[in-house]
Design a protein around this ligand. Structure first.
Ligand SMILES: NC(=O)C1=CN([C@@H]2O[C@H](COP(=O)(O)OP(=O)(O)OC[C@H]3O[C@@H](n4cnc5c(N)ncnc54)[C@H](O)[C@@H]3O)[C@@H](O)[C@H]2O)C=CC1
Ligand SMILES: O=C(O)[C@@H]1CCC=N1
Length: 271
């Protein structure tokens, strides 16, 4: 992979993608990262990329094909205009910032800017990410393909043709890994309450979620069938699922409220 990439912000999400790309052979020499001073030094040493603290330190002859914004949405209004000089037809601006709309980018960078909004998730670090993208009309097919190739290197890719759906995407797959990690915490806590020692409860919860994820990935069956495969009539799983699948107080209702809270927050982050 020889994509010329300028990455703005390399924290949890930026480094998850970068690690996935470098593991799949992205040429580190073609990558510039704008970060805060200490992070820029560490990243250069760790990944062999060019770490800078200001976009003006990027050599004039480095024309990025992709400028990727991976800073917090709250930081973007302060920094976005620094990147205006990079707007040109051969450069696509790819943003993973939750909530930040195409209108936000065009209002600061100009209508001609080619923009792809993307929502990845942190399993990208182990090439199991899920990314959903939405492009502006002026993004060429070649640029769409380039963004898709980049993100497909670290997981599955899907597109939406209605930008407002990016809020729902963010609430489901963007934030979703946190829900699963919390499920591990909740299962471990429940195991402890049922009498298991704390460390063993965590081991069981963790490996159960890892194993179920692998099984889901390896199997052609639906999640519903895999669930039914565990559930003996009148057995222990059925007893637990009676609680979890309760129409009014069960997990679907709780998850719907949680996803809706995240979707609303994504709308608010548009600013
Ligand atoms: N963490 C996640 O699971 C996901 C995050 N996102 C989006 O990714 C973006 C980054 O989120 P995280 O990686 O979680 O945050 P983070 O705080 O880990 O990373 C942000 C990075 O930006 C750097 N930074 C701050 N000011 C900067 C500046 N002026 N110029 C360059 N870099 C600067 C920080 O040093 C930090 O390393 C957000 O917009 C978020 O909505 C999207 C999908 C999932
Ligand atoms: O919590 C957030 O706002 C970001 C967006 C999706 C995951 N993390």
């Amino acid at each position: 992979m020889n994509t010329r990439l300028l990455l703005i912000g390399c924290g949890k999400m930026g480094s998850a993608m970068l690690e996935g790309w470098l593991a799949k052979g992205l040429n580190a020499d073609n990558v510039y990262i704008v970060e805060q001073a200490e992070a820029a030094d560490k990243l250069s040493t760790r990944y062999g990329i060019h770490g800078v603290t200001d976009v003006r330190e990027v050599p004039q002859d480095f024309i990025p094909q992709v400028v990727l914004f991976a800073v917090k949405p709250q930081i973007l209004p302060e920094v976005i205009e620094n990147y205006k000089p990079l707007v040109r037809a051969e450069t696509v601006f790819l943003s993973v910032a939750a909530g930040k709309t195409i209108t936000f980018f065009t209002s600061h960078l100009g209508e001609a800017t080619r923009i792809v909004r993307a929502m990845p998730n942190t399993p990208a670090a182990v090439s199991r990410g899920m990314t959903v993208m939405y492009p502006t009309d002026n993004v060429s097919q070649a640029q769409r393909d380039m963004c898709e190739t980049l993100l497909a290197t670290v997981g599955l890719v899907s597109w939406v043709d209605d930008e407002t759906l990016m809020d729902a995407v963010t609430a489901l797959s963007g934030s979703g890994p946190a829900y699963i990690f919390h499920l591990v915490e909740a299962m471990a806590q429940a195991g402890e309450a049922a009498g298991l020692p704390s460390e063993q409860a965590m081991l069981l919860a963790r490996q159960t979620v890892v194993g179920a994820g692998f099984l889901l990935d390896a199997s052609d069956e639906t999640a519903a069938t895999l669930r039914e495969n565990v559930t003996s009539p009148g057995g222990t799983t059925a007893a637990a699922l009676n609680v979890l699948m309760d129409q009014t107080n069960g997990l679907p209702e709780l998850m719907t409220r949680a996803v809706e809270a995240a979707r609303k927050r994504s709308v608010e982050l548009a600013g």
